[in-house]
Design a binder for this molecule. Structure first.
Ligand code: TEU
Ligand code: CA
Length: 586
């Protein structure tokens, strides 16, 4: 039989956001040599793979998710040679390495689009979705009415008018990110060649695949149902994703590009909450993706669609239900692979969102969430800075001057316009609170390496980081300080990663069972080895008060329970301290 793929039993992947990881030359932008210098650190954590965010040539309107050349490197990050050194050095440190594959759209500066927009007869015209304006009732063209009512993810119509040829092009994200027309086989071949095989040939181990279910959309372009009656453009997630040819395209890319390599693929599947649909992309039968990034749990605490940043009250019972949903994918009957995460470059910091970043609670909160994440089955993604418990930017940050993400900027603009139009100042207040809690900017602040100027992110004292450093909390939240403290979040992550390997049968491969579905304060679950011989009981208190907890009745007669650890060193029977995490092995 074939050798099992290297990721099949689960890997812990560390996500690097290159602009904010380590700046080696003092220009204020993280870079590949900076990352290379930190490979020993990543190795010391005990992670097994790296996912590097987009490092390609790009005007960076969407921080690199707008690629202008798949085969070259964004200059401030380094060169193709640096990239090769990164791949080779990662391997020599025993780390696998994944890049970001962003091929639903490219930048409007990519040569493909530059050609396409020139004239209707250009050979690349049909590489993008071009459409005339919508017809009016009499069958005539109403000037400048987009082909349908879809709202782009970052606001406004999903169609942009282009004067050069008097047609609209589709951009489901920003206007600078035209969607590639996957229906055209020449487009697909160019992607497989330039964006995929080019890098796999250099030794890459796989990809995190951006919006993997968006290549095929409903290309008859029907209007989206009106869910926001007072808005011109309607959220159209269901029509922009999972189109009729979605599986075909991924299967073809796998056959023609991935399969010749020992390739691991983590595909994002936004707007896909149903188990059968998810399995249709990731079960081994599907012959499509290795596993998926799910969205529902991460979207619990904020709105989607209209103002994608407004804070919503969330319930622990939902958090638990969605965890259980994701963990099902690890069960053998589905022949799939589970993947869990709490942070990435699109998500604010988990300590601030799901526990407490108050000074007295932040360390134990970070350990609580680490215990949760690293006791889940399958593969795990840890985002840079999560391992030292980085938290959200302070409330003193100026939204207009210091938040950089185009999603934040566009949403804030819309909120301000609407607040004025409807004379509703409370909308402004809610908007501000939403941004302070859930904006993507919070995870993009520079990594905190030590307590020196710029938290050690830049080598030069006078460097001006591209985005503000969190000077106010760098004292406690930095790598150097935490290296020396055995009780630090960093060393807790190291121990958890080691325990995860040591007790792989329960933590990585075990069956997840939730024991307190309805409880809104605690999360109690067991992980049971496949042969049933070993059980880990995980007890988590998500509140700042002590909480009662009960050992599930199935374990009560087992006299062999042994405390593996408690994050507060406590062992008071029947009670968990504030934000305590405790693990008992049977
Ligand atoms: O994100 C895909 C995605 O679905 C986003 O719309 C996500 O829901 C949003 O960021 C949450 O606020 C990917 C990348 O991860 C993101 O950084 C890019 O901006 C986006 O694609 C477009 O390429
Ligand atoms: Ca730099």
């Amino acid at each position: 039989g074939a050798r099992p793929a290297w990721w099949k039993e689960g890997v812990v992947v560390y996500q690097v956001y290159p602009a904010s990881f380590k700046d080696s030359n003092g220009d204020g932008i993280g870079d590949l040599p900076g990352l290379i210098s930190k490979l020993p650190y990543l190795r010391s954590l005990g992670v097994e793979a790296i996912w590097l965010g987009p490092h390609y040539a790009s005007p960076r309107k969407d921080e690199g998710y707008d690629i202008s050349d798949y085969k070259s490197v964004y200059e401030p990050f380094g060169t193709l040679d640096d990239c090769q050194v990164l791949i080779d050095e990662a391997h020599s440190h025993g780390l696998k390495i994944l890049f970001d594959l962003v091929v639903n759209h490219c930048s409007d500066q990519h040569e493909w689009f530059q050609e396409s927009r020139k004239d209707k007869a250009n050979p690349k015209r049909d590489w993008f979705h071009w459409k005339p304006p919508k017809m009016d009732e009499n069958g005539g063209m109403s000037p400048r009415v987009p082909p349908n009512n879809w709202r782009a993810e970052f606001g406004g119509s999903a169609w942009a008018w282009d004067d050069a040829t008097d047609e609209y092009y589709l951009h489901t994200f920003d206007v600078s990110q035209p969607d590639l027309k996957w229906e055209n086989p020449a487009v697909r071949q160019a992607i497989y060649h330039d964006a995929v095989r080019f890098w796999l040939d250099r030794g890459l181990d796989g990809f995190r695949i951006d919006t993997a279910n968006r290549y095929s959309k409903y290309t008859d372009f029907p209007d989206a149902p009106v869910t926001e009656p007072d808005m011109l453009w309607q959220p159209a997630g269901q029509l922009m994703t999972n189109g009729p040819r979605s599986h075909e395209y991924i299967q073809e890319m796998r056959k023609e590009a991935f399969d010749a390599y020992d390739c691991f693929t983590i595909g994002e599947l936004p707007s896909t909450p149903v188990l059968e649909n998810i399995l249709s992309y990731i079960s081994s039968e599907a012959k499509a993706l290795s596993c998926t990034i799910l969205f529902d749990l991460m979207e619990l605490d904020h709105t989607d669609g209209r103002y994608p940043l407004m804070a919503l009250p969330w319930k622990l019972s939902d958090f638990k239900r969605l965890t259980a949903f994701g963990q099902q994918l690890a069960e053998p009957q589905y022949a799939a692979h589970a993947l869990s995460y709490l942070e990435n470059h699109d998500q604010a910091r988990s300590v601030s969102r799901f526990a407490s970043d108050a000074l007295e609670h932040r360390t134990v909160s970070a350990k609580l969430l680490a215990t949760y994440l690293l006791t889940l089955s399958g593969s795990i993604i840890i985002y840079q800075g999560q391992e030292i418990g980085m938290i959200n930017a302070g409330k003193d940050w100026d939204i207009e001057a210091e938040y950089k993400d185009l999603c934040t900027i566009n949403t804030w603009r819309e909120i301000k316009e609407d607040a004025e139009k409807n004379s509703d100042p409370s909308l402004l207040e809610r908007g501000r609170e939403g941004i302070q809690l859930t904006a993507r900017d919070h995870s993009r602040t520079p990594m905190q390496w030590d307590s020196s100027h710029n938290a050690g992110f830049s080598t030069k004292e006078d460097a001006k980081p591209w985005t503000r450093v969190m000077e106010s909390n760098k004292e406690g939240i930095n790598v150097a300080a935490q290296e020396d403290d055995p009780e630090s979040t960093l060393n807790f992550y190291r121990r958890m990663l080691a325990l995860r390997k040591e007790h792989k049968d329960v933590f990585v491969l075990g069956k997840f069972d939730l024991h307190d579905k309805e409880n809104e304060q605690t999360m109690i679950y067991t992980k049971t080895s496949q042969d049933g011989s070993r059980v880990a009981l995980v007890a988590l208190n998500f509140t700042s008060e002590p909480q009662a907890f009960d050992v599930p009745s199935s374990l009560k007669d087992k006299s062999t329970g042994k405390l593996l650890f408690s994050t507060v060193g406590g062992n008071s029977e029947g009670e968990l301290e504030a934000y305590e995490a405790r693990v008992i092995l049977y």
